[in-house]
Ligand binder design. Sequence first.
Ligand SMILES: [Fe+2]
Ligand SMILES: [Fe+2]
Length: 183
Amino acid sequence: MTGLAFTQLARQVREHIGQEHRYAHSVRVARCAEELARRHGADTRKARIAGLLHDLARLYSPERLIAECEARGIEIEAAAREHPTLLHARLGAALARELFGIEDAEVLSAIEKHTTAAGEMSRLDCIVYLADSLEPERRFPERAELWRRAMLDLHGAMRETVALSRRRYARKIALAEARASAS
Ligand SMILES: [Fe+2]
Ligand SMILES: [Fe+2]
């Protein structure tokens, strides 16, 4: 993809997302993914495109996420029924194909796995996951150190970032439960 084609794609993504904050995040993820890909000998073009397109459905309402997944026959497991935001990655991959003509299986897989980091993760999957988790506007104390690690050791950084996000998620659930039982 030429620079011009990428600029055009970026313009369409901006329009689709319709919110400056989320679009700016997508551009940062594209840049970080490209940087990681360059560092680790992966395809920089695919990394950049997957980064730019990863959050196409992130701002959809829970009802819309469920409805659009159902319309496409995308599997909705119990956890996703309860937390439909989880579906934005899977639906995002479908939208990347339908609306942006992306047919590359590696790019679609990276978009699809950018939230849950489930199962086998390819190098490009890891790159987009880490770019999304560690882009410079993410605000958590370990971010900078994990980013340095990601530039040196993709899989080590992946293990640590996934473990950290699981710990943070568990804390969030525990807090919510404590609040619910106190009220
Ligand atoms: Fe996302
Ligand atoms: Fe994101």
